[in-house]
Write a protein that binds this ligand. Structure first.
Ligand code: MN
Length: 271
């Protein structure tokens, strides 16, 4: 290799490094262009789950899903837990979301598959250590969700001091209805929250029974992890959780939001 060639190669590398450094800055405001110019992937890139938005043709892309444990006093009592302990968070994955109107397959490993109707907060922005008084400015909107739970596995893991993961984070465990933007719903601190199974009311409460309200939940979560645009926060369930079986139709709602309807499919042979 001649000296000239070496110099040429070095110049190209330098130019490439500059291009590499500059490219994300130049492309970041343009999501579509960034996607076109994204590096090649060795397997197909997994898709981002989205949810419908009330009054819009555009959808809400989901980043992370967090859920609050123990946020209504009567539910804490029905589960036999210490009501003085503060609520805490666990996570589900975005590809566990189920769209409104769909059927969920009865999950594997469990014989006690339970519903938990919840207010879901959809974030348009976030950060770390968000003060309570600023928390609501990061909310995009609200939706009705179900934190589906393999209760037998959750309780078994709890009793041997293992994480709740197996009881909470599994296929189709996070049904969620359309998101209503804050401009239409206002911020929700009270209102009827309910869930019926085959027309019979199982959970029937009011959002004003939340021990930690939405700004407090956001602020607390942001101390533990960075909250980002696209995050969903399931805010905990009121009393009345119970098992569902194949063929059951769950209809859940919150005053002012789109009602969620989910059917339970048959138990697979492998269960
Ligand atoms: Mn829950």
């Amino acid at each position: 290799m001649s000296k000239d060639n070496r110099t040429g190669r070095r110049d190209i590398l330098k130019a490439g490094a500059l291009l590499g450094a500059a490219a994300p800055l130049a492309l970041s405001p343009l999501g579509a262009r960034a996607a076109e110019d994204a590096p090649a992937t060795v397997i197909p890139t997994p898709s981002v789950t989205t949810l419908p938005v009330v009054g819009s043709d555009a959808r809400f892309p989901v980043r992370r899903i967090y859920c609050v444990g123990r946020n209504y006093l009567e539910h804490i009592r029905e589960m036999g837990n210490d009501e003085r302990l503060p609520p805490f968070f666990f996570a589900k994955h975005r590809d566990m979301i189920v769209q409104n109107g769909e059927t969920v397959i009865y999950p594997t490993l469990t014989h006690d598959y339970q519903h938990e109707i919840e207010l879901v907060v959809a974030m348009k922005s976030g950060g770390e250590n968000i003060p309570v008084e600023e928390a609501l400015s990061h909310v995009y909107g609200y939706a009705v969700g179900l934190d589906m739970t393999r209760r037998d596995l959750q309780i078994a893991s709890r009793s041997i001091e293992r994480p709740w993961e197996i009881g909470k984070s599994f296929e189709q465990s996070a049904p969620c209805a359309a998101i209503t933007p804050v401009e239409q719903s206002g911020h929700l601190s009270n209102g009827h929250i309910y869930l019926s199974v085959n027309g019979e009311m199982r959970q029937d409460a009011d959002l004003d029974l939340l021990i930690w309200n939405v700004p407090e939940i956001i602020s607390q979560l942001s101390k533990e992890v960075g909250i980002g645009a696209g995050d969903l926060i399931y805010t905990g369930t009121p009393a009345g959780v119970a098992a569902v079986v194949a063929g059951d139709v769950m209809i859940g709602g919150i005053e002012g939001l789109t009602e969620l309807t989910i059917t339970v499919g048959p138990r697979p042979d492998r269960a």
